[in-house]
Design a protein around this ligand. Structure first.
Ligand code: ZN
Length: 545
């Protein structure tokens, strides 16, 4: 029928055929969603000329270089939750990695399970469904599997109806939890086998956590650094990274090394083979979040030899992973993005083109604010709960007094250096951006609105100045850099689509991570509920929207 149509309108067909051929083929057997934790857009761009492996392959597909996690709370849990739901944190309910719960007076972790054992992990706090659920609603035999170096990353990608959800747990290996998904032997046995083989090998001989061959462009960045109160030799591999699994430092060293991503991809590859992903009639989903870039960014910053070596290792690991998928001859499509961006250690950033970069001791400022409020209102306890300048909950036990404390909090903070704006919950709640506002044009209040939930968010939101870090390293092992701000270096991420035969295209128009889910749904031909994101016509044949 279509053939006859094309023959009848040959000139038109030629006119329209070229752009259509550039789009992803419909109904792929396997969608591989990759999230590189803390892979900022500027980091992707800076190292793009050096990629030779998997990142080179993906760079040769449709590369959106101005992707945005649109919201202000640029943390791991909210960021991951946007990617396969197509919704901002305001709708997913995942407004931060943890939030202050007014009812219990406790801080809740985003993947803790309300009312269950404190160690239980699951998606109960996630208020919406993910692509995996839509695929199953369309074809019940579609499988959805998620694996990550972190529990919150795996669980937020997996959502509520996954077939298997795994994360790396310190000295144990890959684990799951009955609250996160099925935990029958079909799910747990592959992880146990993988872990046992790894740990047996490591007991025989400690693993190389960092690659033996560090590229010369990375060793060229080696120099001693002083970040806050902590000194670094600046060598790669970092000092002290050579213990085996019998040593209590092992789990931490492994998590902060490139090996964690190799393990995650190695296990993911085994799952593709053992669960026959991509072999059924329906589209399967494999979601993988790679955590090492984030751990390394926090521990060493992103401007030094450690991040350079990590990205080289990641590029290589992804190249190996794709080559193995190719060998399985499963037709697959890949999307790669990040849960948030990052900034470098302030001292090095100040040297490298961001001269205003410095640290602001956020903890001390918060203590001074609480002391001022206790004195002003004659309070026995700190009225500000939560302890994050960017999301402060005020709770004195008297709602009328809470409002007065809120007003005083705003006026006290407004006079402080490095605090450029202070927003109240009323201002943030009212700041819904008009639909279709480009993510780079959102006001500060609108960015906060995108990650605001009336039940889970605080009362006052302070914006710390551009390139001012509230992280203060006090002792070895403390984070030296991070993310979490509403500034673009924490919001901007790459969004890369690749499939066999994809035409190479770099797209500069700003898009959002919430656009990924509707795009994948269009490619897989499944229906979605109403979403915040929009299908990307550069990649998919989009339905009218
Ligand atoms: Zn993260």
């Amino acid at each position: 029928m279509i053939d006859r149509f094309l023959r009848a309108f040959a000139p038109l067909a030629i006119l329209f055929a070229a752009p259509a051929a550039a789009k992803a083929p419909a109904n792929p057997k396997l969608i591989v969603t990759l999230v590189v934790d803390q892979f900022a857009a500027d980091l992707f761009a800076q190292y793009r000329p050096t990629y030779t492996g998997g990142l080179k392959r993906l760079s040769g597909g449709v590369a959106f270089v101005n992707g945005y996690q649109s919201h202000a709370a640029t943390e791991t849990c909210p960021g991951h939750a946007t990617i396969l739901t197509g919704r901002h944190p305001a709708a997913t309910g995942i407004v931060a990695n943890e939030w202050y719960d007014r009812a219990s007076g406790k801080t809740l972790y985003c993947v803790a399970v309300p009312g269950a054992d404190p160690k239980a992990r699951g998606p109960e706090n996630l208020r919406v469904d993910t692509l995996g659920s839509w695929l199953k609603a369309s074809a019940p035999r579609s499988r959805s599997v998620a694996v990550s170096g972190k529990d919150r990353a795996a669980i937020m990608l997996a959502g509520h109806h996954a077939d298997a959800v795994y994360w790396w747990s310190g000295g144990e290996g890959f684990v799951t939890s009955p609250d996160a998904g099925p935990s029958d032997p079909a799910v747990t046995a592959p992880a146990e086998q993988f872990d046992q083989a790894q740990f047996a090998a490591w007991r025989a001989s400690p693993p190389a956590l960092w690659p033996a061959e560090v590229p010369a462009r990375c060793t060229a960045l080696e120099r001693p650094e002083q970040f806050g109160a902590v000194s670094f030799s600046g060598h790669v591999p970092p000092d002290g990274a050579a213990v085996g699994p019998g040593d209590k430092r092992f789990a931490g060293q492994l998590a902060g090394s490139p090996l964690l991503d190799w393990l995650t991809l190695g296990f993911a590859e085994q799952l593709v083979a053992s669960r026959h992903l991509g072999r059924g009639r329906a589209t399967d989903l494999l979601a993988i979040s790679l955590s090492a870039t984030d751990y390394i960014g926090h521990r060493y910053g992103k401007g030094g030899p450690e991040m350079c070596a990590q990205l080289a290792a990641l590029d290589l690991a992804l190249g190996t992973f794709f080559a193995r998928l190719d060998a399985l001859k499963v037709p697959y499509l890949v999307v790669l993005t990040a849960d948030h961006g990052s900034s470098d250690a302030a001292e090095r950033a100040a040297r490298n083109g961001s001269p205003g970069s410095h640290r602001l001791d956020g903890r001390t400022l918060m203590e001074a604010l609480n002391a001022h409020l206790r004195q002003t209102f004659t309070l026995a306890a700190d009225p500000i709960k939560g302890g994050d300048l960017q999301d402060m909950t005020i709770q004195t036990g008297d709602p009328a007094l809470d409002l007065r404390v809120r007003a005083e909090t705003v006026s006290w903070l407004q006079g402080k250096p490095d605090i450029v704006q202070v927003l109240t919950r009323d201002q943030v709640a009212a700041a819904a951006p008009p639909r279709g506002t480009a993510p780079d044009k959102l006001t500060m209040a609108e960015r906060f609105h995108e990650s605001f939930d009336p039940a889970r968010s605080g009362d006052v939101f302070a914006v710390v100045a551009d390139h001012v870090s509230t992280i203060v390293p006090r002792k070895p092992g403390d984070a030296v850099a991070g993310h979490g701000s509403p500034w673009d270096y924490d919001r901007r991420v790459p969004i890369l689509f690749w499939w066999p035969g994809a035409a190479s295209k770099t797209v500069t128009r700003p898009i959002e991570t919430v656009d990924i889910a509707p795009t994948l749904a269009a490619i897989a031909g499944v229906r979605t509920p109403r979403l915040d994101g929009r299908c990307l016509p550069e990649v998919a044949e989009c339905p009218a929207q």
